[in-house]
Design a protein around this ligand. Structure first.
Ligand code: ADP
Ligand code: MG
Ligand code: ZN
Length: 484
């Protein structure tokens, strides 16, 4: 950021809810499938069809609201937002009117030290989150003569989460989006896929001179389909606006699209060309009334939230905030970690989860649910290392891969393959003597004062012992021998 300037950013996030059926009809809410297979008169907008509100979507909105410390509106109303587009069969989208089901919440993120002077946590306001329905999808790629429309997505429930203009850098926007993403995934209300579009984000960006308390002209950037693109697009857009201001130029409020290939934003429509949506209350749906009982019912089902869980994991297992944050990449991952940690050792369990387990998941493209390894077995492996039955190297190189291949429990694998660590004094001394005899030159150099060669001898003994000897004993015995 150019000195003297400050970015002001507010995100609008669309979260596709993981309900079984669509927002106002019984059609399956499912990504993909044969085009237009999941449709009915309601989501096709046929005359006379009547919408019926999905209660599950309402409960999910309440769950999010409670998790954001927001006010759950006892009464809110659905509105029609009219516009014409091929993938909007009714000619209007049902969304919420002036009041949303969720009002005034908050997400806490780490402040960007570069712009705020310190990384102390800052609260980012959530202005509101409202229920609405998704549109279908137009496919322009199937043919160069026609656009094909798939209405499987038409009527899928969405929560639009409107964030306050409280973010001050691309990094903060990134942190905020990650926090929201983690929250909806933890709550189990969204699958969080940015690729498939079930978690989408538009960024409102403006810049101003530091010390100014009025906002500059904002630009809404669309087409941000990954966390990385959100960050890149905001960085690019703030620089573009600052450059214009520096040149003494002004600009008007507009919508711009992010072109990831070119790495730039491009104008889509200006405010003057903005549509008049002719909002009016949806006559076919009653007001959405939420009682205190309904709210407390949902409250009972809430899981431990990511932030609270992170703090507890730090405390309970003696980990760093960073490690705990990494372990909370998903609820299943954190659950797996805690099961292993409880049955073994927190620090070691964290090391395995963020080391070998993560590597395996990356290599195989699987998620933790399909790792193919039970928590109990990983805990047993950690215990075998702790008890010095095997060393860490053998655990990683030999036992863990065999466990993944389904060759048995860690203990069975150790027994069947004779992997138990050699902790026998006499056996190791014999190995040491053999190694010393095989390397007279290095031994002479070490005796002449080249201490670095100690590592060489440790390595040679480990090798002679096929990696199975107790490294601590090898060290002790070597030291004792050299001291003679
Ligand atoms: P619209 O319907 O025009 O998009 P909304 O009120 O729904 O308006 O959304 C406005 C979004 O833009 C919010 O996320 C808000 O935080 C953000 N915003 C408002 N003013 C500014 C500004 N000057 N700079 C950056 N973001 C802004
Ligand atoms: Mg908007
Ligand atoms: Zn339908």
């Amino acid at each position: 950021m150019k000195p003297g300037y400050e970015a002001v950013i507010g995100l609008e996030v669309h979260v596709q809810l993981l309900t079984k059926s669509k927002m106002f009809c019984a059609c399956r809410n499912e990504y993909g499938g044969v085009p237009n297979a999941h449709t009915c008169p309601v989501c096709l907008g046929l005359p006379g069809a009547l919408p019926v509100l999905n209660k599950e979507a309402v409960r999910m909105a309440i769950a999010l609201g409670l998790s954001l410390g927001a006010r759950i509106q006892p009464k809110s109303i659905f509105y029609r937002k009219q516009y014409f587009y091929p993938d909007l069969p009714k000619g209007y989208q049902i969304t919420q009117g002036p009041v949303a089901v969720v009002e005034e919440g908050r997400v806490t993120i780490a402040g960007d030290a570069e712009v705020r002077g310190s990384a102390i946590p800052v609260g980012i306001r959530i202005e509101r989150a409202h229920l609405e329905e998704d549109a279908g999808k137009s496919n322009h790629e199937l043919s160069d003569k026609a656009t094909y429309v798939d209405l499987n997505r038409a009527g899928v429930p969405l929560l639009e989460i409107v964030g306050g203009p409280d973010l001050r850098s691309a990094d903060e926007a990134y942190g905020y989006l990650k926090a929201l993403h983690r929250l909806v995934v933890f709550l189990g209300i969204c699958d969080g896929s940015m690729e498939e579009g079930s978690f989408r984000c538009d960024a409102n960006v403006s810049v101003r001179l530091v010390g100014n308390d009025t906002f500059g002209t904002r630009v809404e950037v669309k087409n941000l389909n990954s966390f990385r693109n959100v960050k890149l697009a905001i960085e690019h857009e703030t620089s573009r606006q600052i450059e214009l201001l520096e040149k003494g130029e002004t600009f008007t409020q507009e919508t711009r699209g992010w072109d990831a290939d070119k790495g730039e934003t491009r104008s889509q429509r200006t405010k003057e060309a903005a549509m008049d949506y002719r909002f009016f209350p949806e006559p076919d749906l009653p007001a959405l009334i939420i009682t205190a009982e309904e709210i407390s019912e949902v409250e009972k089902t809430l899981p431990e939230l990511p932030e609270a869980r992170r703090d507890r994991i730090v405390q309970e297992y003696g980990l760093t905030e960073y490690e705990a944050g990494m372990l909370l990449q998903s609820r299943a991952f954190a659950d797996y970690f805690e099961a292993v940690a409880k049955a073994s050792n927190g620090k070691q369990a964290a090391n395995w989860m963020l080391g070998e387990v993560s590597r395996t998941l990356n290599d195989t493209g699987r998620d933790i649910e399909r790792l193919g390894l039970s928590e109990a077995h990983l805990a047993q492996l950690i215990q075998l290392v702790e008890a010095k039955t095997i060393n860490l190297n053998t655990a990683k190189e030999a036992v863990f891969p065999a466990m993944l291949k389904g060759e048995g429990t860690p203990q069975q694998i150790v027994d069947q393959n004779g992997l138990a660590q050699v902790s026998d004094q006499v056996a190791i001394e014999t190995l040491v003597q053999g190694v010393l005899r095989a390397h007279p030159e290095q031994l002479a150099q070490l005796k002449a004062g080249n201490e670095k060669l100690k590592g060489f001898f440790v390595g040679q003994v480990m090798k002679a012992g096929k990696g199975k000897v107790n490294p601590q004993l090898v060290n002790e015995i070597l030291e004792a021998t050299f001291a003679k």
